[in-house]
Design a protein. Structure first.
Length: 246
């Protein structure tokens, strides 16, 4: 199975062309839209978001991930990563670094294979999609193995105290892992703060709180409200968690 993770959005023909490029290699391949509203032009935030989704993917999945504001830059390598059995295809711009940081088994390759026609601005369709399709078929396109040390992810923390995503309900997802913080901690939001609750129903309607979401990340929400609007939060804003004095 090939899983698609992009910041393309659903408007326009980008996602459709991505799928068509995969189907041109083989019409038998199955695809799943993992997410197409990843943080725009933001490989760093997207790296934490993508890492939170992988535990629920098939063990041998091929993940085609494209958040690529530097597309067309010769200094940006096209990359294949294999981490704990799953394949990842996309730009070497940090998008896979959080997954790499947590992996027990890790391999990297630079993509050398080139299509007959490679546009300057749509490597997702022209390069990454066919490579992902070949890998899903068990084929190896032309690639050069890289040492793990050739891909620098050493300075990427496992927890990022920032807003990385705002969903359709205006809930605010952070790059902090729920397992790394204590339920008695609070999040300071300017002159207000919010405490922990396990579920939306555990607080009053209109009340804000934080919880560990279904993908294991700290998320700020308002019961039947919009946390991003209530607390004026946007992607990239810092998140301050603190331990109240007893």
């Amino acid at each position: 199975m090939i899983l698609l993770f992009t910041d393309y959005g659903w408007q326009g023909g980008y996602v459709g062309q991505l799928k068509a490029a995969i189907q041109r290699v083989s019409a038998s391949l199955s695809m799943l839209d993992l997410q197409h509203d990843a943080p725009l032009f933001n490989p760093r935030a997207s790296a934490y978001l993508l890492a939170s989704l992988i535990d629920f993917l098939p063990a041998d999945a091929v993940v085609l991930a494209v958040i690529d504001p530097g597309v067309g830059d010769a200094a940006r390598r096209p990359l294949v990563m294999k981490a704990d059995g799953r394949w990842y295809v996309g730009p070497d711009n940090g998008l896979f670094n959080v997954i790499a940081k947590q992996a027990s088994e890790l391999e990297f390759w630079r993509i050398d294979w080139q299509p007959k026609s490679l546009t300057k601005t749509f490597h997702g369709r022209d390069l990454f999609a066919p490579v992902a399709a070949m890998l899903a078929l068990g084929e190896k396109p032309e690639m050069t193995a890289l040492a793990v040390s050739d891909v620098d992810f050493s300075d990427w923390p496992l927890d990022l105290a920032e807003v990385i995503y705002i969903d359709g309900f205006a809930n605010v997802v952070t790059g902090l892992r729920g397992a790394s913080v204590s339920p008695d901690m609070r999040i300071r939001l300017d002159d207000r703060d919010v405490g922990f609750a396990e579920t939306f129903s555990a607080v009053r309607e209109g009340e804000g709180f934080w919880y560990s979401n279904a993908n294991g990340l700290v998320e700020i929400a308002v019961n039947q409200g919009q946390a991003a609007l209530a607390y004026s939060l946007k992607i990239g804003d810092p998140i301050y968690m603190y331990q109240p004095e007893v």
